[in-house]
Design a binder for this molecule. Structure first.
Ligand SMILES: Cc1cc2nc3c(=O)[nH]c(=O)nc-3n(C[C@H](O)[C@H](O)[C@H](O)COP(=O)(O)OP(=O)(O)OC[C@H]3O[C@@H](n4cnc5c(N)ncnc54)[C@H](O)[C@@H]3O)c2cc1C
Ligand code: FES
Ligand code: FES
Length: 469
């Protein structure tokens, strides 16, 4: 059994299949304000608010209820759109009523994401990024933006604002097996859900349950659960494992815990790795980044995952950890085939190390059908240092051009030691076009991807040599 606070009231759960999403559970309970538009994190109609630690106090984060499994809520405090209004509508609801809602299907999700931003500590203007994961199909975004930007500051007696002044609850380790008579899809026994809070606890669980499914933010795994009905007899949530959540600067590297969410990483780095700062807003939406982790993005080994091109360009290493010890591997050697990696059974990614000092010239390019909140067709990270006019060092990380994320070693060799001018770039672009043999798929043809390889290099040159200026 586990409990959590829903809209300020304690709820106990003992019979629910741990694969159940927060959204499904809420709707089965009659809390139908949260809507299901897609069940895969794309529309934001299911958004709910989670209370998360923030210094001495706490913060509210908007997350996709469809991608959060119910036991992840154990010990937590969550608010739905129903809990935002008491005897009066919430200011976000009042603002949206002024023309920002028509059919209303998306409105509860917008209200929730707007509320998260409304309560953000130190907010001056309304950051529209907060709404980047919420889709509306009929009103159009201008009236919604107007509503968001019309919001003032919370009143002194606002119950939620007052709640944020004290810490979020500490989350305990959890071992949950639902009770009662059920049939659990394809599983022979009731599914089990663990949530360890330290690495030794985690390794003890995985040594007794070698087939356990590790779940970090769940933004990949819960899509599998919802859309492909994937089930695992044992799920192990690693999002509260302390050792996976650190951010450390040394003289040689910055070490980023694999279990930090991308939003936590963005706040913790404070723009000190400019390439990552440029990259964050291009990754999904704020709703997804509030749950998705770097470890999850690397471990899925998707050829179109967005972190590997950036991290390859930064020359990152991975710190892998298991019950028997830890070791580092260069990210460039980690991917061994389509969706395959060097990870051994019982091993996980503990952290990512980015070597310091950072090279001064760095860019991330993501080519996709929509400029925001879309999956890459081709992605590239480029990091370079010049000595005078000569290329002293260069690393190019690519996604979408091979079965795994890759370094463009031949292209790099064509640039190294050469003058950074248009002639060199044209020769290297030719090398880049010949270096990989991408495939055709629904996102783009092989010919298009090949053409992009050369174009991205030319764009990098234009932006770093001042030609565009
Ligand atoms: C709407 C939407 C938009 C998206 N947009 C993007 C995008 O723009 N770019 C992009 O690259 N991806 C995108 N994704 C994919 C996804 O969000 C990312 O891959 C995310 O980083 C996965 O992290 P997670 O913590 O949620 O992984 P989870 O779903 O928790 O886990 C994914 C896999 O990694 C394993 N795993 C997790 N952590 C570790 C670890 N530390 N060590 C070893 N194995 C581990 C799990 O066992 C599982 O197999 C999107 C997904 C959705 C639903
Ligand atoms: S239902 Fe669309 S994001 Fe959750
Ligand atoms: S008001 Fe209809 S989808 Fe947004």
């Amino acid at each position: 059994m586990f409990s959590f606070k829903l809209n300020g009231k304690t709820v106990q759960v003992s019979e629910v299949d741990p694969h159940t999403s927060v959204l499904s559970w809420l709707r089965q309970r009659g809390l139908t304000g949260s809507k299901e538009g897609c069940a895969e994190g794309e529309c934001g109609a299911c958004a709910v608010l989670l209370l998360r630690p923030d210094g001495e106090g706490s913060r509210l984060e908007s997350v996709n209820g469809c991608l959060l499994s119910l036991p992840s809520l154990a010990d937590q405090e969550v608010w739905t759109v129903e809990g935002l209004a008491d005897s009066e509508l919430h200011p976000a609801q009042v603002a949206l009523l002024q023309g920002g809602s028509q059919c209303g299907y998306c409105t509860p999700g917008f209200v929730v994401s707007m509320a998260a931003e409304y309560y953000r500590q130190g907010r001056q203007d309304f950051d529209l990024e907060a709404l980047s994961g919420n889709l509306c199909r009929c009103t159009g975004y201008r009236p919604i933006k107007d509503a968001a930007q019309s919001l003032g500051k919370p009143e002194a007696d606002d119950v939620l604002a007052q709640r944020l002044e004290s810490p979020a609850p500490a989350l305990e380790a959890l071992d949950y097996v639902p009770v009662g008579r059920h049939s659990y899809a394809s599983l022979q026994t009731p599914p089990r859900f663990f949530r360890p809070t330290s690495l030794p606890e985690l390794f003890e669980i995985t040594s007794s349950h070698p087939q356990a499914k590790l779940v970090a933010g769940g933004t990949d795994w819960m899509v599998e659960v919802n859309q492909r009905f994937s089930r695992s007899p044992v799920q192990v949530a690693i999002d509260q494992v302390l050792e996976l959540k650190s951010l450390t600067w040394t003289k040689e590297y910055v070490e980023i815990g694999a279990g930090l969410t991308l939003s936590e990483m963005e706040r913790g780095l404070e723009g000190q790795v400019p390439l990552l700062h440029e990259w964050f807003p291009r990754f999904a939406s704020r709703l997804i980044r509030n749950r998705a982790t770097l470890g999850g993005n690397i471990a899925t080994a998707s050829p179109i995952g967005d972190s590997p091109p950036v991290l390859l360009a930064l020359g990152a290493d991975l710190l892998l950890s298991s019950a028997t010890g830890e070791h580092t591997v260069p990210l460039a050697e980690f991917f061994t085939g389509y969706r395959q990696t060097l990870l051994q059974p019982g091993e996980l990614i503990k952290a990512v190390r980015i070597p310091l000092p950072l090279a001064p010239m760095a860019r991330f390019y993501k080519i996709c059908k929509r400029p925001m909140d879309d999956i890459s067709t081709v992605a590239a990270g480029l990091v370079m240092e010049l000595d005078g006019d000569t290329v002293k060092s260069i690393r190019i990380g690519l996604g979408g051009v091979a079965p795994t994320p890759v370094r463009a070693y031949k292209t790099e060799a064509a640039l190294l030691g050469k003058p950074w001018d248009l002639r060199t770039v044209r020769v290297a672009a030719e090398v880049a076009r010949a270096e990989f043999s991408p495939i055709d798929d629904h996102r783009g043809s092989a010919a298009y991807r090949v053409a992009m390889l050369g174009k991205l290099l030319e764009k990098f040159y234009a932006q770093t040599s001042g030609v565009l200026a």
